[in-house]
Structure formats: structure tokens, C-alpha cells
Design a protein around this ligand. Sequence first.
Ligand code: SF4
Ligand code: ZN
Length: 419
Amino acid sequence: LKINITEIDIPCAFGPAFEGERVRGGDLYCQMGGGKTQCTELVKMAEMSEIEDGKVIIVGKDIGDMKEGETLPLGIFIQIAGREFQTDFEPIMERQIHHLINYIQGIMHIGQRDISWVRVSKAAIEKGFTLKDIGVVLHAKFHQDFKKIVDKVQVTLYTNKEDVDKLTAWARSEYKVRDERVDKMTDEDVDTFYSCTLCQSFAPSHVCTVSPERTGLCGAYNWMDCKASFEINPTGPNQPVLKGKVLDPKRGRFEGVDEFIKKASKGAVETYNFYSMVHAPMTTCGCCECIAAMLPSCNGIMTVGRDYSGDTPSGMKFTTLAGVMGGGASSPGFVGHSKFNVTQKKFILGDGGLLRMVWMPKMLKDELYDKINIRGKEMGVENFADMIADETVGITEEDILPFLQEKGHPALTMEPLIG
Ligand code: SF4
Ligand code: ZN
């Protein structure tokens, strides 16, 4: 028996019309995540007998227990069972959380995976919004939008720090497995890439093209995920894109991709390169996990993750960079990318690759430490991670240059970044 849900039983208005709506400082009642607390999302497949359809479990405090201005950690754990459901579909369902929570009037959702952020407005509180409504929405919409693969949905919302931390550790190991599914593949191996236009409601001209060696900039979609998404929903946001003629192998420009993005961006974007941030980089939307920026005096680049709120040598914080770059334009000198992409082999290879990296926030460098060293070694530099400056060295180009010189950073002797 397939369940049909037409009404979504929550106290707030709901629909795509509210997707772009912001919850600004003065309207904010409380929030979860966004660097203030941990906020993590995980979708896992379950056995039919293991879960109860439509059940929403709250473990810990709910919104009613919160005072204005308070923050809470949040873990959104969704279990899905279905005769046709596969573990390959987990990341696709997980990525829906972003726009579905945004559909609730007065609630704003930013980010994904373990860097999510939920902002609840005073207006939503007045209407009677509680955390349970997140579960109600996800249950209803997963049934509605994914009838073919979804039979049962159960949602658990954790707000105790220990529970959220436990979920986060598990989620990270799941993300790792998903990311590594494309690890051995190269862009040359396939003749088809996949588009993603899921973010066009926020950034109308934005089109991600996802290749094995360039995961979606949100970090939530890789080539495999887009392929699976296309199989579930052939008219959906992930369409196959035939590479066609290779127009520029170094910077990664493909005739088929250019044709596709011209159409998909309604003429706003004519072309972009997969492997360059200096020349016609890929478009960037506000969900990117990291934003890279050129640092001309160091002949290199930096990148900053969403979870680092401090200053950077580009002169801008992450939020400023995302505000300027995140509208869906191609901005030469800047590009949004996933964390995983940093150590993928094609990462800005047209500009010299990972060896251009001269600055990263310490937390991101530590997270990617071993992978940076492995990739650095492949490119001929031992212990490369230790040559990359971070905020403990400095937050201006001037301050980090002596460190780079002392370490013999390879970017300093590479060909000029611009020109
Ligand atoms: Fe899709 Fe790109 Fe948005 Fe990720 S950032 S959901 S890959 S359009
Ligand atoms: Zn986006």
C-alpha cells in the first residue's frame, strides 16, 4: 500500500514560495548549527520492520524549552525503508532536507551534512512551530516526491550535545564512504558528466556540473549520486551532460558542457572551466563548503571553509565571500568547491593544482591533513600540509609570505598565477 500525503500538517505555511526567504537578525528567535553549535544531517536506509512510518521522535529539548536568542545543537536523523530503496539513494534524500526545510515559512536552512544551520524566526514561533514539524515535513515530502522508492520514513531529532556528537561521528564516516566511491574514477574514464540545478531557486544562473573528479561544491553530491538521482527522477535536477569535444584539456573545457550550461543558465553563463579558478571558473552558489580565492602577492591561492568565521588573507571572511560570489555567477579569481575536492587530482590543475595552496584555516587543514600530504607527495612535495599557512601564522598576505619563504613553499617558484 502506497501512502498518499497531500496535506502537510504543520502550523506554518509551506511551499517553494518561501524558499528564498531569509531570517535576519531582528526576526531571529533561536538557531541550531551555523558554527555556533553542531548541526548534522544523516539519511540511512532501514529495514521495513525496523521503523514506523510517520513517526517523529524528539530526543532532548524542543523549541518550546528555548528562550529567545538561544542556540541548540541539532541532529536530523532520517531512516527510510522501501522495497526499491538502495543505500546509493541516501545522499540524494539527504540533500532534499535543505530546500524542504526552507519551504517552511519563517524557517531558514543553510548548508548540508555536518555544517548545517537552521534559523527559526519569531513569526514561526508565534504560529507554534516546533522541531516535530521538521519531521512532519520531511516525512510528507519524501513520500510525495519519491513515491517510487520510499515506503516508510521515520525521523529522529536529537538536541542533546552527546547525541548530536555521536550522530556526527557516524555521519562523517558515512560521508567518507560516499566520497570515496568516486575516488578511483577519473574524468577521462567517463563520457558523461551530470548537471545539478537544485540550487537555481537561490542562484538562478548557477549550474553545477559534476564530474568524477569535481564533486558538487556543496560536498553533498558526487558523480555517482547525480547518476543515481537521474535514475530515480529522469526529468529532475540532475541531467546527463555529454562531454563532447575537449576544448581545453588543461583548464577542463568541454563543448557539450558549454552547450548545456548556456541553456540551463538561460544564456547567463556561456562557458566555464572545470579545473581553473583564475580563468572562467565554474559558477558558485551559497551552499559551497569552501571558497577559494587568489592571493597574488604569494603567487598562490587560499581556501576557507564555511565553519571558519575568522578573517582570511583575501581580506574577506567566508560569509562575505559567499555573499559576493554565491549568487550563481562565474567570478574569475574565486571559486566555490567541496572539501573533498581539495585533494582530488584535478583540483585547479589548470592553475597549478593543490601546490598553489598557501593558506587554509587550521581546522580545515587538520581535517584534510593526511590527504593533503598524500596528494602533495604525488605532486613531488613531501609534508606539504606543513608548508600551508593558517590563521596562527597570519591573516594577511604580508604576514604569511615570510613563513612560505622559510618553508620553501612551491607556489613561490611556480609560473605567475595571472598572465
Ligand atoms: Fe547541486 Fe551544486 Fe546545489 Fe550541490 S551546490 S545541490 S551539486 S547545484
Ligand atoms: Zn547551492
